[in-house]
Design a binder for this molecule. Structure first.
Ligand code: SAH
Length: 337
């Protein structure tokens, strides 16, 4: 057993004890959330369902973003690691920056042909990517999130970092972006796609706000690609994803190849995709470990039920990756010039 595996097993067993203690409460209260959201990607979701889901997403991030920032800093996404590396806790923030850099390198190669000047950050969290990209490229960046608390915090952090003239944040819906057509030359969506109840509308909005020649970078949780003989995931897989969906306010998942098909249907070009699941493997064990420190645990208990419920299903994310059900995917493309 490698050190990393041993470390994950230890953390997981401690966490499972915690999880068992709270599981009956979790079962009782999970109906409050967006339950049984798993439908095939093509299934339509009613506007009422979308409203309930988005209210839950906004409340989840309003409630939990302060705790996350306290422990993890301004990036609310996975870190990128060399496969099988064992990482100390202090390396994780660097790994999150590496995720941004690896995503850019995947889309652009070593350098973009044209440095992006106007960027949209779709599902911006507290704006970590926006500020990083604005600084890196000297670009203007606009972020949207469903959470008013995040938008406000993102703006305050920008002011604190002397970036008020470069970046701005607002509450806005990725499925109906508050921007005109063809506005941006880099469209950035880091780990927000999994929250989108209508993937078709989501991708078409990414394409709509893209200027001719713009690059679209989508990094998101997907389920595994189905084999040609399969019509859907297996019942046990659906059950696992259902539990994760309940806790994280996620609607139906899709696969990376579903995203590719959506991009193809919009005549987007140079579509590329990769499975980075192995590169994010050390992340969830580290998040669980941080929740089990005294600071993490007490902050968690103070932050509210939605956040606690999210913490309780963290081991299921690890299980999903281990079972090759959850895929951490990057999908990039370009709008024709
Ligand atoms: N990209 C950020 C945050 C990821 S957390 C980062 O890497 O740090 C997921 C984010 O997606 C949250 O900010 C949430 O508000 C946002 N989100 C989810 N659904 C959304 C929607 N329909 N429109 C806009 N933002 C959305």
């Amino acid at each position: 057993m490698t050190t990393t595996t041993c470390y994950s097993v230890r953390i997981l067993s401690a966490f499972n004890t915690f999880q068992t203690t709270f599981s009956s409460a979790a079962t009782r209260l999970s109906s409050v959330g967006a339950r049984k959201q798993l439908k095939p990607p093509s299934a339509s979701v009613s506007s009422n369902e979308i409203e309930v889901l988005q209210k839950g997403i906004a409340e989840l991030y309003d409630e939990s973003s302060g705790l996350w920032e306290d422990i993890w800093g301004e990036h609310m996404h996975h870190g990128f690691y060399d496969p099988d590396s064992s990482v100390s806790i202090s390396d994780h923030r660097l790994a999150q920056i590496r995720m941004v850099e690896e995503s850019l390198a995947f889309a652009y190669g070593s350098e973009p042909a044209k440095i992006p000047k106007k960027i949209v950050d779709v599902g911006c969290g507290i704006g970590g990517s926006s500020r990083y990209l604005a600084r890196k490229y000297g670009a203007q960046c606009q972020g949207i999130t469903l959470s008013p608390v995040q938008a406000q915090r993102a703006q305050a952090l920008a002011a604190g970092q002397g970036l008020s003239d470069k970046v701005s944040f607002q509450v806005g819906d990725a499925l109906n972006q508050p921007f005109p057509d063809g506005e941006f030359d880099l469209i950035w969506s880091m780990e927000s796609g999994e929250h989108m109840p209508n993937k078709e509308k989501f991708v078409s909005e990414l394409a709509r706000v893209a200027a001719p020649g713009a690059t679209i970078i989508l990094v998101t949780w997907c389920h595994r690609i189905l084999s040609p003989s399969e019509e859907s995931l297996r019942p046990d897989e659906k059950k696992l994803l259902d539990r994760i969906c309940d806790a994280y306010y996620l609607p139906a998942w899709c696969s990376a190849s579903d995203y590719v098909k959506l991009m193809e249907s919009l005549s987007l070009e140079d579509i590329k995709t990769a499975d980075w699941s192995e590169n994010v493997a050390p992340f969830w064990p580290a998040v669980i470990e941080s929740a089990l420190t005294w600071k993490g645990f007490t902050s968690l208990l103070r932050s509210g039920w939605k956040t606690i419920r999210g913490a309780l299903v963290m081991p299921l994310m690890i299980e999903g990756y281990k079972k090759d059900l959850i895929k951490f995917s990057i999908i990039t493309c370009r709008k024709p010039a």
